[in-house]
Design a protein around this ligand. Sequence first.
Ligand SMILES: Cc1cc2nc3c(=O)[nH]c(=O)nc-3n(C[C@H](O)[C@H](O)[C@H](O)COP(=O)(O)O)c2cc1C
Length: 144
Amino acid sequence: MATKPKPLFGFCSSVNHDTWRNIKQNREFVVNMVGENFGPLMEIMETDFPYEVSEIEKCGLTEVKSRHIKPPRIQEAYGWLECKMAKYIAISERNVWIIGEVLDVEVKDEALDDVVDVATAKPLNHIWGEAFVTDMKITRFKRA
Ligand SMILES: Cc1cc2nc3c(=O)[nH]c(=O)nc-3n(C[C@H](O)[C@H](O)[C@H](O)COP(=O)(O)O)c2cc1C
């Protein structure tokens, strides 16, 4: 959402999701930047398991310690943002907009050029429903 004076990341969550329950409790969260390898896992990730059940475990993914915060990273992602909740805004009865101050950004060496090396990271981008964009390419345009 912003880079200066502080880097900020924002996203919307349903108030009924465990994601919001966890962030409200811990005031910290990790944004895992994921590639195509996560595509086939969306179905399991989205299953409404009881709160105590870990979708990370169900997917056979690996938790690793974060550098600055308690919630873990997912090893199989290509990069991570470690965030501390700065603010949240109830934008409807059902949805909350969460703003995190980004305390740490890391991208795996092999997935980093001067920006994310999309040919290696193969970012997975959601459009709508079951439609995702893959096979990205970086194009540069001059800016003022
Ligand atoms: C690609 C993708 C994007 C999604 N984006 C959001 C989102 O921005 N906000 C949201 O509340 N749910 C979103 N969902 C749905 C949640 O991921 C899903 O309901 C999940 O089960 C919630 O898990 P939780 O209850 O463990 O937090 C998305 C799902 C997919 C597959």
